[in-house]
Design a protein around this ligand. Structure first.
Ligand code: GMT
Length: 382
């Protein structure tokens, strides 16, 4: 279906509801698109954590996945394809845009095949572990590549991930790099002293880490870095999120003797109150295609100390908005953290530079037009 230039588009968006960057990006993109007058149908197997379902122009379609004793696993892939076909048969869309390749790209490709000529162009945004971890599995990688080669556009959230997709999946076609983004005015609440006072006493530094606590995030390194920092100056650590490494992180805090200085806050649908009062954000991940949480911190004026991997250097400008070190270099990261926390002038300058970089390069108003241009280009080609 062609869309006249500047006419609102109807977009079928697919994303995960579970805590994690790809689902956050899908939800925030949906918000930004409807705020620009487009219509978005969001497909997910539960209401995405950040989705503001009340927004005009946004509807949520649950993917109901049947269970049956014969099955080894619930047939999510087929349920997604069938749900897309059902909804798009009722209200045709101009674009299907899926986030995270596994299994969303093959499912959407199947839906398009079933829809036939009515099937809209397919956009797949790759986010990270779909390529670097699942894409390396021979069976999954082969099916993912098949679907990506047949999608009308493939996007990645960083240049580093585009390179990885070419290397891991041997993709030869064009890849559009469209970075993640942040709606700064909405997502950065002004720092509230009473919130900060809940977590830190005057004179104490407040460090923050937020993630889904998977092994790749190296949350034990977060604790080790913090313990080294806390030896040198009074400090507290906030941990936002939940996941398989949470017990190990707690144990590490006990081992390092800092457990009373660490607050485990669990999953929070809104991280901005914590971002806005923190002094420093820690992201020592093993791998990170972008590091959305680092961007969220920077947008709130919080410098980042983390690892120099994947797309992180595309987000955090070394020496200006934070310091980056090789993966596992906890001593280096602690040194970097102390250099910032012990020098108020440097802290202030990095805080300003971090917020400026977020605004200049990743503001929602700069990035959404890139998606709109891509959608328009694809609908014009039909
Ligand atoms: O790829 C993943 O590990 C999952 C994904 C998620 O849903 O959390 O995270 C990735 O996508 C985010 C949003 O684009 C990026 O900010 C994260 O860096 C990326 N995670 C990794 O590459 C490990």
């Amino acid at each position: 279906m062609k869309a006249p230039v500047d006419q609102p588009l109807r977009i079928a968006m697919v994303g995960y509801p579970t805590p994690g960057g790809s689902g956050v990006v899908a939800a925030e993109l949906a918000h930004a698109l409807v705020e620009r007058g487009h219509r978005v149908h969001m497909f997910s197997h539960d209401v995405p954590l950040r989705l503001r379902t009340g927004l005009r122009g946004l509807s949520y379609h649950p993917i109901e996945v049947p269970d049956y004793p014969v099955l080894l696993a619930r047939p999510y892939e087929m349920a997604l394809a069938g749900t897309l076909v059902g909804a798009l048969s009722e209200e045709p869309c101009h674009i299907i845009h899926v986030h995270y390749g596994v299994p969303h790209a093959p499912s959407a490709y199947l839906a398009k095949e079933i829809l036939g000529p009515k099937g809209p162009p397919l956009v797949v945004t790759l986010h990270g572990s779909d390529v670097r971890i699942l894409g390396r599995d021979p069976a999954l990688g082969m099916v993912l590549r098949f679907a990506l080669e047949r999608a009308q556009a493939v996007t990645t959230v960083s240049a580093a991930l585009a390179e990885a997709a070419r290397e891991v999946l041997a993709l030869r076609g064009p890849i559009d790099v469209i970075p993640n983004f942040i709606d700064i005015e909405r997502q950065c609440t002004p720092a509230e002293l009473h919130v900060r006072n809940q977590w830190a006493r005057p004179g104490e530094a407040l460090l923050l880490h937020a993630s889904n606590f998977r092994p790749i995030k190296r949350v034990r390194d977060v604790i080790k870095i913090f313990a080294l920092v806390a030896r040198e100056l009074p400090a507290r650590l906030l941990l936002v999120g939940e996941g398989p490494e949470a017990p190990a992180a707690y144990q590490e805090a006990v081992t390092q003797g800092v457990v009373e200085r660490v607050a485990f806050l669990g999953v929070q649908s809104d991280v901005s109150p914590y971002m806005s009062v923190a002094d420093l954000f820690l992201l020592p991940s093993e791998e990170e295609s972008f590091g959305l949480s680092a961007l969220e911190a920077m947008a709130c004026g919080v410098p980042v100390v983390g690892s120099r991997v994947g797309g992180i250097p595309e987000v955090v400008e070394e020496g200006r908005s934070g310091f980056l070190f090789p993966v596992g270099d906890v001593e280096g990261m602690a040194r970097g953290a102390l250099a910032i926390l012990k020098n108020p002038a440097l802290h202030q300058e990095m805080s300003r530079a971090a917020a400026q970089r977020a605004r200049d390069h990743f503001h929602v108003s700069k990035v959404i037009p890139l998606y709109e241009a891509l959608y328009r280009r694809l609908t014009a080609q039909r």
